[in-house]
Design a protein around this ligand. Structure first.
Ligand code: NAG
Length: 252
């Protein structure tokens, strides 16, 4: 979670009938390590142990990190579930994420994957407590709002207030909404991975907010995801990143 975060905003009223995005499937992933391991190697064994550890440890609180093995063969990882996801769904998501990374990034020592419900990251390099500025992506709703001049500042206001709430919350998580007019609301979500300090969480979220104009100017919904997040969306007031019909990678 380079910058462990999500950031997204969605203007719901007209945004729901666009493309069907598979909410259960992965949103994005990176195989960020150049280093490979081989089957039955110590790293492979440690990584399997790590995935089992995270699957057991994370669902009860929605966040956890761990390391298995030592030295060159150590596997370090963390998983985060969206703040409103049940422990059952959290566990399912983490298990799926581990399997999917095995398929998508075979024998890579470092990888990260995002789902609507969770994210999972592992590496042979210890990355805990650090803002991840590389592994991130944008997603947005392809439809524009009618009046971006009044809309964009509202998105910024909502997310800034959620950033302030999230970093002060022990779960580094906040949601909220803002009335746009008598018939529509903007919904938002902000969340960081809990290995960050409070100040780094805030820094991470605020950086994400400052990058929103790169992708999200006047878009009815948009998001920026790293290793934590801010997000908005959902017709019934739910906040689902799969509401965003387009995704674009800005990482390396
Ligand atoms: C890892 O494997 C890939 C292909 O599977 C290869 O292109 C790359 O050079 C390997 N990296 C190292 C450091 O050996």
């Amino acid at each position: 979670m380079l910058c462990s975060r999500y950031i997204s905003v969605s203007f719901l009223l007209f945004s729901l009938s666009l493309h069907a995005v598979n909410c259960a499937g992965p949103l994005y992933h990176f195989c960020f390590s150049q280093e490979n391991y081989t089957a039955n190697s110590p790293y492979g064994t440690n990584l399997n142990g790590l995935l089992n550890l995270l699957s057991t440890k994370v669902p009860s609180t929605g966040f956890g990190l761990g390391s298995t093995g030592e030295g060159q063969d150590q596997a370090n990882g963390l998983a985060l579930c969206r703040g409103d996801v049940s422990s059952t769904n959290c566990k399912t998501c983490i298990d799926d994420a581990g399997k999917e990374l095995g398929d998508r990034c075979p024998y890579k020592k470092g990888a990260i994957i995002w789902y609507d419900n969770c994210l999972l990251k592992y590496s042979n390099i210890d990355f805990f407590g650090e803002i991840d500025n590389k592994n991130k992506f944008y997603m947005w709703n392809v439809k524009d709002v009618e009046n971006p001049t009044s809309f964009n500042p509202k998105v910024k206001d909502l997310l800034s207030s959620l950033s302030n709430k999230a970093y002060a919350n022990p779960k580094f998580y906040a949601t909220g909404d803002l009335e746009l007019d008598s018939s529509s609301k903007l919904y938002g979500l902000a969340q960081c991975t809990r290995d960050l300090s409070g100040l780094d969480c805030k820094k991470c979220l605020d950086t994400a907010i400052s990058e929103l104009p790169n992708c999200c100017d006047g878009k009815r919904g948009c998001g920026l995801d790293g290793t934590g997040g801010i997000g908005v969306g959902g017709g019934g007031g739910g906040l689902q990143r799969c509401d965003f019909p387009t995704m674009y990678n800005i990482g390396d």
